[in-house]
Design a protein around this ligand. Sequence first.
Ligand SMILES: *Cc1c(COP(=O)(O)O)cnc(C)c1O
Length: 388
Amino acid sequence: MRESFLPFHRQSIGDEEIESVVRVLRSPWVTSGPEVDAFEKEFAAYVGAKHALAVNSCTAALHLALEAMGIGGGDEVLVPTMTFAASAETVLYLKARPVLVDIDPHSLLMDLRDAEAKISSKTKAIMPVHVAGLPSAMPAWIELAKVRNIQLVEDAAHAFPAKSSGRWIGSISNATCFSFYATKTITTGEGGMLTLNSDAHYRRAKRMRSHGLDRDVWSRSGSQDPWRYDIVSPGFKYNMTDIAGAMGRVQLRKAEEMRQKRQEIAAFYNAHFGNCEALECPASNQAAGDLHSWHLYTLRLRPEVLRIERDQFIRELKNRNIGASVHWIPLHLHTLYRERFGYTPEALPQATGISSRIFSLPIYPDMSERDRLDVVEAVHLILQTFKR
Ligand SMILES: *Cc1c(COP(=O)(O)O)cnc(C)c1O
């Protein structure tokens, strides 16, 4: 058994990131400024988006995107139940209603047919979530959105860098929201990016990112009357600092190299778990031209061949010094959604069935060959011990 604990995640931050942050700290400007400007331009160029707005979280990006589209009281937004709190809570911020959609049991992504069935006259937007970095089939969502005249807001917190049918996530729909939270594929500590393809959405979201002012501090700083601004809407405080922006620029340059390392680990896991009767491996790319970011590697237990449940399985992994996690308990099983909207476990049966069997293993660039082998050995040992 390994001697030290292998954490579920460890960020990859090198000397370059540290030097870039120190450079900003020694400069006269630490909040949103030249580094954020450059980060936005470089990110937009990477994914081929018309506009990019750096923000202090993906949650902020989701809020700004929905707000810019005019979503408000009485509106409905389709959100998969298998996602993180942020996806649906940002809909609630705007007094709109998140309508939870079940998942495809193979991909774990929002189910197209269930989404279609839940579209009503109040539906204003659909929020595909690229869970684990596996791209949701964007051509199908675009078609549906076009036919029903609905907006798309992608929650791409896991999906950088990733492609759907040959197109970069971030360039496809009107709004895409990325996360640079500590555990995500690239990190700025906390941070996010909103990419937009409409000039009108961009103008609105840019204003609302900075208190609804007509000009932000950095763009005023060189002007004749830098103190002058006009408040045009009650906005938010969602800007990114140059400290984070500088770090993001370095992470951006390493993003593909880090993705390839995660992909290698995923292939290694698939090779060792593919034949296990007690495990279901995660879905791989679904269409030609898809690129998986491999943010997460999720397995599902098959309870019919095991004498161990998921929670105990994770405890057994911990006993063998391997960290693991769960993504996620679906939204409809949480108090907020049960009590406010009356969701029952049976309402979204696929997600309910999978939620008690799913868990995530460590997958990050700085894992050594020994680390991944330790993970595989620990999983096999537990499966052997608890075979039915
Ligand atoms: C992490 C995450 C978010 C929120 O990202 P923050 O940058 O922490 O706000 C949103 N959606 C999903 C699916 C996530 O995993």
